[in-house]
Design a protein around this ligand. Structure first.
Ligand code: HAM
Length: 420
């Protein structure tokens, strides 16, 4: 294949077996988030570059190196969205949704980040996310976490998963902490990784989640964020923790968890798995009370999360087999015409029908078998002359002549219940 027709690096085709799992995950997540009162929002995949420059942070990995950014033919500076929260905030402002607060929204779709591809990390990946806008109270944090927990539980993926929880406080808490952290780390620069030395000036909080062994060693003696929390911030977090306790949602407090996007304050959380190597975060989020006002909108609280569908697919247990089809096998032109009509009648009754048109009878039967068909309905000239069809019950290995006029009723009944 010529170079230009290969799949773009880090992007992939989702073939039917995987696409079926994606669909299942999105269906379960959609149904459950609707139980929690979330409604769907769809925002464009292309957004103005300024949206992400103003929300994710100048020093975030996404902004510094991962955006698919380009200028279109009209000269507009655009980005393929790397995440969904900023787009929801923009829609909230543009569409004048402030009068409808509080709002509970869910979304799903492709996101794009030019990261180094590896297992569980793609350059086009899919997120499902929820956001609650306009609720200042910790009850909203508890509710979104409970919703995420329930989705993961329903999908059967909690086995290897832990909820990591932290608070990064309000801005007063963070400013006080940053000062102490910078003071502590400044005379240990020589022991820090190059990346952390850079962050010391630009975004010292992010040093806390460094994976570098040297950084980790230095951080063991560092001041703790929890000791700089204002009283309000501590109280807010206590309420979140208490709510999770009441709902019996297990968590661990992870003082190093700060998240890689700048818009967070107060609660941050990540559900991580031990089953996916380095790409351990499967669902992550937090509170972002400053995001909408930073974009020029009215001061509005927000809290939410997004999960990576591509990662959850890897953890998903085998799905139950899809409904088995019925194979209709017409032999000869007259039967073919009849089969088209019969197939439509059966489909109107909710049955899944496969029409086998090519090859000899043996080949068509083989294909029916491969599709896992429950029945094969053979229509040949002998059968048509007698106004019957030969129905083979493939699992039982039995067969039965059924009058054509009774076929719909007989198959509708026996596709749920085979004769014993
Ligand atoms: P995030 O942590 O950047 O947060 O991404 C959320 C989830 O998306 C991750 O935990 C992971 O499962 C998945 N993900 C991220 N990057 C990739 C990738 N390259 N390949 C596969 N999966 C990936 C956000 O995006 C926030 N907008 C979440 C949020 C919503 N916060 C508040 N509301």
């Amino acid at each position: 294949m010529s170079q230009s027709l290969k799949t773009v690096k880090g992007m992939r085709d989702l073939l039917p077996e995987v696409a079926r799992k994606f669909r299942h995950i999105e269906t379960v997540a959609t149904d459950l988030s609707q139980l929690y009162g979330f409604e769907e929002i769809q925002t464009p995949i292309l957004e103005p570059t300024a949206l992400f420059l103003r929300t994710l942070g100048d020093t975030s990995d996404i902004v510094t190196k991962e955006m698919y950014r380009f200028t279109d033919h009209g000269g507009d500076d655009l980005v393929l969205r790397p995440e969904g929260t900023a787009g929801v905030a923009r829609a909230f402002i543009n569409e004048g949704l402030a009068q409808h607060l509080p709002l509970k929204l869910f979304y799903h779709g492709p996101m794009f980040r030019r990261e180094r591809p590896q297992r569980g990390r793609y350059r086009q990946f899919f997120q499902f996310g929820v956001e609650i806008l306009g609720v200042e109270k910790p009850q909203a944090d508890i509710e979104v976490i409970a919703c995420g927990y329930r989705i993961l539980k329903s999908l059967g993926v909690l086995g290897t998963v832990t909820l990591h929880l932290n608070t990064i406080g309000d801005s007063a808490s963070r400013n006080a902490f940053k000062e102490k952290l910078v003071a502590y780390l400044s005379d240990k620069k020589d022991q820090l990784s190059k990346e952390s030395v850079e962050r010391l000036e630009k975004n010292p909080l992010r040093i806390l989640d460094s994976k570098d062994a040297g950084d980790k060693a230095v951080l063991t003696g560092a001041p703790k964020l929890k000791d700089s929390l204002t009283e309000e911030a501590q109280l807010f977090f206590n309420n979140v923790v208490e709510g999770l306790g009441i709902l019996e949602i297990p968590y661990v407090i992870d003082e190093r968890l700060v998240r890689g996007l700048d818009y967070y304050g107060h609660t941050v959380f990540e559900f991580t798995t031990t089953a996916l190597g380095a790409q351990s975060a499967i669902l992550a989020g937090g509170r972002y009370d400053g995001l909408i006002s930073d974009l020029g909108g009215p001061k509005t609280s927000g809290v939410g999360w997004a999960f990576g569908v591509d990662r959850i697919v890897e953890l998903l247990p085998e799905l139950p087999v899809a409904k088995k089809p019925i194979a209709i096998i017409p032999m000869g032109p007259e039967a073919e015409t009849m089969a088209l009509k019969l197939a439509e009648d059966l489909r109107s009754n909710g049955l899944s029908i496969e029409l086998g048109f090519s090859g000899n009878l043996a080949k068509r039967m083989k294909r029916a078998d491969k599709l896992g068909a429950s029945h094969a309905v053979i229509l040949g000239s002998d059968e048509i002359a007698k106004q019957v069809a030969m129905v083979k019950f493939l699992k039982l290995g039995t067969q039965e002549e059924v009058p054509i006029r009774d076929l719909v009723a007989r198959l509708s009944h026996s596709s749920t219940k085979e004769p014993s």
